[in-house]
Design a protein around this ligand. Structure first.
Ligand code: MRU
Length: 362
């Protein structure tokens, strides 16, 4: 295979496209990703035959979202092992591809540990590669199961906080099947409410500058037949003031030991607005996103992305005078006191305290 990261067009795809899958090819195994940078206008697969290609896909956000980054990282280690590459170097490159979502490091380490242990036990690189792949597959499967449990716990919480149903939920960024092995985190809760006949409206923040809400959440909501309306991020304040939102639901990229939540930039202002308007602000995330090794919000490394993502459209059309400097953090941090509840696969934590997080089973 000449191009280690080749593209496949729509004619070759199955429907619906999973966000990520492992495939055997005549040249060896490959990781097939749905290229999320091309959605919603094209459903194109990206075929990664080596770890540098996968690192590029992670950096460009072709594959993205905390849980899926963990699954991709674990499969990347398996890919390196199966292709006879240096697994330790591959793991370091994968872990360093993006800094904020702790799930990436968790996934890479899980597959790396499985590989190292099997190699020490059997001395056989093929056994070790198989162990890394098995660990990646287990993580993928566990994430799907965690999503289903978070959806059930989250819907129960919505029903408790908002008796009478007809939930109007505002969400930010993209947290559905495109970021997980199953149906996602915050989006999965809204989807469960929809299936139960209790979602009146999903308000979708467009999520500047890369438009994960407009491009991806609106795409997923449409595919699932959910009543949804897109808004600019700037319109969330007036929407809340107009009492059109019953709850804000978001995912998370890393939750510090004190309960501070890093998520897509724009989440923190929503939390402030929600508090002012007495609307529950709910974070939905698997236990793998809670990082006991990060003590507080100030210790979370927030990824800074290139300024051109702010000063140009995705097509390269300038929206600011040439040379304008841009501030482009990919995430922000919401303090725990602004979070009404954290929903994990193990249940709901409210209030979000260090003690409650430390008691989660790992
Ligand atoms: O930069 P991205 O698109 O990877 O950011 C994704 C988010 O911020 C999601 O909200 C977060 O990963 C939670 S997904 C369950």
């Amino acid at each position: 295979m000449a191009d280690p990261c080749a593209r496949r067009g729509e004619d070759e795809r199955s429907s619906p496209i999973p966000a990520l899958r492992w495939e055997e090819s005549p040249e060896g195994p490959v990781l097939v990703l749905l290229d999320q940078t091309r959605l919603p206008s094209a459903e194109v697969e990206l075929v990664c035959a080596d770890v540098p290609a996968l690192v590029g896909a992670i950096r460009s956000l072709a594959v993205r979202g905390a849980p899926l980054l963990g699954i991709a990282g674990a499969h990347g280690v398996a890919l390196a092992a199966a292709r006879g590459a240096d697994v330790v170097r591959a793991a370091a490159a994968l872990e360093g591809a993006r800094p904020t979502a702790v799930n990436l490091a968790v996934g890479v380490r899980r597959a790396g540990d499985a590989h190292r242990e099997a190699l020490a036990r059997t001395g056989d690189p093929r056994e070790a590669a198989a162990a890394a792949l098995a660990a990646a597959r287990t993580l993928h499967h566990e994430d799907a199961e965690a999503g289903a449990r978070m959806a059930a716990h989250g819907l129960a919480l919505l029903d408790e906080l908002l008796p009478g149903g007809g939930h109007r939920v505002l969400t930010h960024c993209n947290t559905g099947s495109l970021v997980s092995g199953g149906e996602g985190t915050a989006f999965a809760v809204a989807l469960a409410a929809h299936r139960a006949g209790r979602l009146r409206r999903l308000w979708v923040d467009e999520t500047r500058p890369l438009l994960q809400g407009a491009r991806l959440t609106a795409y997923e909501a449409g595919r699932n037949g959910m009543p949804h309306t897109l808004l600019t991020d700037n319109a969330a304040g007036s929407l809340l003031a107009a009492r059109e939102v019953d709850a804000v639901l978001i995912g998370a990229d890393r939750i510090a030991a004190d309960g501070s939540v890093a998520n897509k930039v724009g989440s923190y202002p929503l939390a402030v607005l929600a508090r002012y308007h007495h609307v529950p602000f709910i974070v939905v995330a698997p236990v793998t996103t809670v990082d006991p090794g990060t003590p507080d919000g100030a210790s979370i490394e927030v990824e800074q992305r290139p300024g051109h993502e702010v000063t140009e459209t995705a097509g390269g059309v300038p929206v600011a005078p040439p040379g304008t400097p841009a501030y482009n953090p990919a995430f922000d941090v919401t303090p725990p006191e602004l979070v009404t509840a954290l929903v994990t696969e193990q249940g709901t934590i409210s209030p979000v305290t260090a003690a409650a997080l430390a008691a989660l089973r790992r």
